[in-house]
Design a protein around this ligand. Structure first.
Ligand code: KG4
Ligand code: ZN
Length: 339
């Protein structure tokens, strides 16, 4: 079986073809970064319009890359939420229309389930159960995963998501959108320990996160004293170290609580090299295992939607003909798959 996956939830148009036996046959990505850069963030209306321009050409390119006729596609998966409503509607409408025309099922995929399953696309995929740390521009969540669709939320951010704070502090430091990766690059030049950011909520029991206070903390440092390149790098370093340590402490707690020995990190921020290194060191000490995807599969892409669509198609959880999207959608509401 082969599934075409379409991702249009935010500012990347992603299309991929996943084959049950041979894995990924095609992967096409178009990033709207340049389109939104002048505005310092994603403009939803512009995002939707650009998805309309790019989705069909990317589907053609993916089918050409896979060297497949349309008749060899057994299902069309699209991101149905969470995300920007107008942007989601583009992938949903194109996906459902193609499924109808090709007389195959359409599969509505949860974007965060897509992220969560990305390590399954790698050579050494994790076995269940595992703790998943989902860190993206819109979510910071710890989830106990015992199977596909078997998700128990252990804790999440009560305010800003980690990626969002990376982007906002990057803006304060004068870096272009999307700031997360640039801030991380700048942090490499920073002197560790020159500033010390708080590690929010580690003194309290539980697995909730709160990152919004770090913005004010960063702003206060940036606004006081001289503003030079070394200072900006030192602020970036101190912020990244605080975030990574906070995430590590909460991951340890989640592993202690569940007794699981495997940790999966997924979502855009899981591309962060410092986060990967520190969490890998922590898992080594615990004699556990860590799993993450290659960097291009950490941020939004079509491959994760095609893979998740395939997993759900195998268990035939596709829905009817209506074009439905759910801009707000909880992972725990997903049907469980017995595989
Ligand atoms: O998963 P994603 O592509 O989109 C959402 O579903 O939100 O995540 C995007 C987020 C952005 O906030 C971006 O700045 C952040 O992931 N990000 C990073 C890195 N690469 C992407 N943050 C820190 N370090 C990185 N290397
Ligand atoms: Zn995402």
């Amino acid at each position: 079986m082969r599934v075409l996956g379409i991702e249009t939830s935010c500012d990347e148009t992603g299309v991929a073809v996943y084959d049950e036996q041979h894995g990924l046959l095609a992967n096409q990505l178009y990033s709207q970064v340049k389109l939104h850069a002048d505005y310092g963030g994603v403009v939803p209306e512009l995002a939707s319009r650009d998805h309309i321009r790019k989705t069909v050409p990317l589907i053609q390119a993916a089918l050409a890359q896979a060297e497949l006729p349309t008749s060899s596609i057994h299902g069309v998966a699209y991101t149905a939420g969470p995300g920007l409503a107008g942007a989601l509607m583009v992938g949903a409408t194109v996906g459902r229309a193609l499924a109808y025309a090709w007389r195959v099922p359409a599969i509505a995929v949860h974007h965060m389930e897509g992220h969560l399953l990305t390590p399954m696309l790698e050579a050494n995929p994790p076995a269940f159960p595992f703790v998943a740390l989902l860190v993206s521009g819109g979510h910071t969540q710890l989830i106990a995963v015992t199977g596909i669709g078997k998700y128990r939320l252990l804790g999440e951010s009560i305010d800003d998501a980690v990626g969002e704070v990376f982007d906002k502090i990057a803006k304060l430091l004068g870096l272009d959108y999307p700031g997360g990766p640039m801030l991380s690059r700048l942090a490499q030049q920073g002197v560790p320990g020159r500033y010390t950011f708080p590690r929010p909520m580690i003194g309290r029991p539980g697995l909730a996160f709160s990152f919004s206070g770090l913005k004010t903390f960063a702003a206060n440092i940036i606004l006081t004293g001289a503003d030079d390149d070394q200072k900006r790098a030192d602020v970036a370093r101190a912020f990244e170290d605080a975030v990574v340590e906070t995430l590590m402490i909460k991951c340890q707690r989640a592993l202690d609580l569940t007794g699981f020995q495997r940790l999966v990190i997924a979502g855009g921020v899981s591309a962060n090299q410092t986060l990967r290194t520190i969490l890998a060191g922590m898992m080594r000490q615990r004699r556990g295992e860590i799993f993450y995807a290659r960097p291009e599969f950490c941020t939004d892409n079509g491959a994760m939607i095609a893979y998740t669509g395939m997993a759900r198609l195998r268990c035939s959880t596709q829905t009817g003909l209506a074009v439905s999207v759910w801009p707000r959608w909880l992972l725990e509401e997903l049907p469980t798959l017995e595989i």
